[in-house]
Ligand binder design. Structure first.
Ligand SMILES: *Cc1c(COP(=O)(O)O)cnc(C)c1O
Length: 464
């Protein structure tokens, strides 16, 4: 196909896209004016668009394609299962082999104390399930007043009614009268804005203390649970200060409140441990998972139910009136089983901890010498930096929010062959866990190039 034909093709796809396809989290009118970039192929850590551009996928699709594109093991697992049994449910005293296998495998790779797993299609549904589970749990325990779940501002727990309510995204709450009743929020542990000039350990204790203050305000007898992501993902790769999670755990135990770790991003190796709670050294009662469990090859999410909640929900014997047609979908579960086995065979979690994670840190922190960059940080295979107008020592002059500098940088990244996400003026990546040293070098080089072109454009616009 010649370049011309491809372009005509792309235009036609863009026309149909804007005529009929409503995208998630998108200003459809603005997108129609511009035309979507259409992604047609993936291999390893790269994707290709319909114009033939090869791009490094610095975001693993959407934090999920952890084992990279084009993995035959996952493709084979899906096609084999599709031929054998594409669907059957688990509602009426029936079960399916891949769901049985996956639950058993999850019991092996999750921390001790997790023996039971509930399946959904997504992380959002996982958190919806958790909301119902914790309320059911406290009912069974004879404390039905314990209903409120505390989340965090700028936390992300999905886009369903419960997920968006548990999350702390104000731009989501504004649309649709959220949060629903029975949900409260505390500030996030973001040192760049809230912990300036404080020793990290002190800030960790202070930020966890906001949970205790909120519990006392609401009355511990009314609080069911606290939910948080080990590292906040969509909020901008917010890496908590040392001691934060230990202190959160201590407070939850002190007031007898369930601790929920939303592992949708951090789970399955992202931080160099199987789960983010293991990286930070705390023991949750419930974990949400999705994304990396299948490396994104099939939609699958769920809840890992710890001993305490399982012994009440299962041990006391009663129906839990909740579930989805596709809970335990055989094809999704078969792909998850193949994905976890592939991770084990390749020792990918250890590789992130000992090799590629530290190498990404070394290369990414070097970007700190760029005049636009403040406080580059990494945690496993996640990384973030802040774009600033100027810096001297630890003092930074931020850009005006309405300048949209993050979006300018994101565009230069895209055009320079690297996908980086902008959260305000925070630029973040979460590349596939299989990324090699050479690919990390290439990625960081392209980020630096995009930063240079961003600075050039800002100078031309008189904003720098
Ligand atoms: C993506 C995400 C979710 C929602 O998962 P979906 O599959 O998009 O519903 C929930 N929690 C966290 C931490 C996430 O990153």
């Amino acid at each position: 196909m010649s370049a011309n034909e491809t372009t005509t093709d792309t235009r036609e796809l863009q026309r149909r896209d804007s005529a009929h396809y409503m995208h998630p989290f998108t200003d459809t009118k603005a997108l129609s004016a511009q035309g979507a970039r259409i992604v047609v192929r993936g291999e390893g850590v790269h994707i290709w668009d319909s114009e033939g551009n090869q791009i490094i996928d610095g975001m693993s699709g959407l934090w999920c394609v952890n084992m990279g594109y084009g993995r035959h093991e996952l493709i084979q697992a899906a096609t084999k299962q599709l031929r054998e049994l594409p669907f059957y449910n688990s509602f009426f005293n029936t079960s399916v082999v891949p769901a049985i296998e996956l639950a058993g495998l999850l019991a092996e790779v999750t921390p001790p104390g997790f023996e039971h797993f509930f399946f959904t299609n997504s992380g959002s549904e996982g958190n919806d399930t958790i909301l119902r589970m914790v309320r059911r749990y406290w009912d069974i325990e004879g404390k039905p007043k314990k209903k409120t779940i505390i989340g965090r501002k700028n936390g992300y727990h999905g886009s369903t009614v419960a997920g968006a309510s548990l999350g702390g995204m104000s731009y989501m709450h504004e649309q649709g009268d959220l949060p629903i009743p029975g949900i409260a929020h505390i500030e996030q542990p973001y040192a760049f804005t809230l912990g300036r000039g404080k020793a990290p350990e002190d800030f960790g204790r202070e930020a966890a203390g906001w949970l205790e203050a909120k519990i006392l305000e609401l009355g511990a007898e009314n609080v069911a649970a606290f939910i948080g992501e080990p590292v906040q993902g969509a909020g901008g790769v917010i890496i908590p200060p040392p001691g934060y999670w230990q202190e959160i755990e201590r407070i939850c135990r002190k007031y007898d409140i369930l601790l929920i770790s939303d592992e949708v991003i951090c789970g399955f190796g992202r931080l160099g441990r199987w789960f983010g709670c293991e990286y930070f050294g705390f023991k949750p009662d419930l974990m949400t998972f999705a994304k990396g469990v299948t490396s994104g090859y099939q939609p699958l999410g769920g809840v890992a139910v710890g001993e305490r909640v399982a012994s009440a929900l299962i041990g006391r014997g009663s129906d839990f009136n909740h579930g989805f047609t596709y809970s335990g979908h055989p094809v999704a579960c078969a792909v998850a089983v193949a994905n976890i086995r592939l991770m084990q065979r390749e020792g990918i979690v250890e590789r992130v901890a000992e090799d590629t994670g530290p190498y990404l840190r070394k290369r990414f922190l070097e970007l700190g010498d760029h005049p636009l960059v403040a406080e580059p940080q990494t945690c496993g295979m996640t990384a973030g930096l802040v774009l600033v107008r100027s810096k001297s020592h630890n003092e930074y002059a931020p850009f005006d929010a309405e300048d949209g500098v993050g979006m300018v940088c994101r565009r230069h990244c895209f055009e320079g062959g690297i996908i980086m996400r902008a959260v305000g003026d925070r630029m973040i990546i979460a590349p596939p866990l299989v990324m090699s040293h050479a690919e990390i070098d290439l990625m960081c080089g392209r980020i630096r190039g995009a930063l240079d072109r961003t600075a050039d454009e800002l100078r031309r616009l008189g904003k720098l």
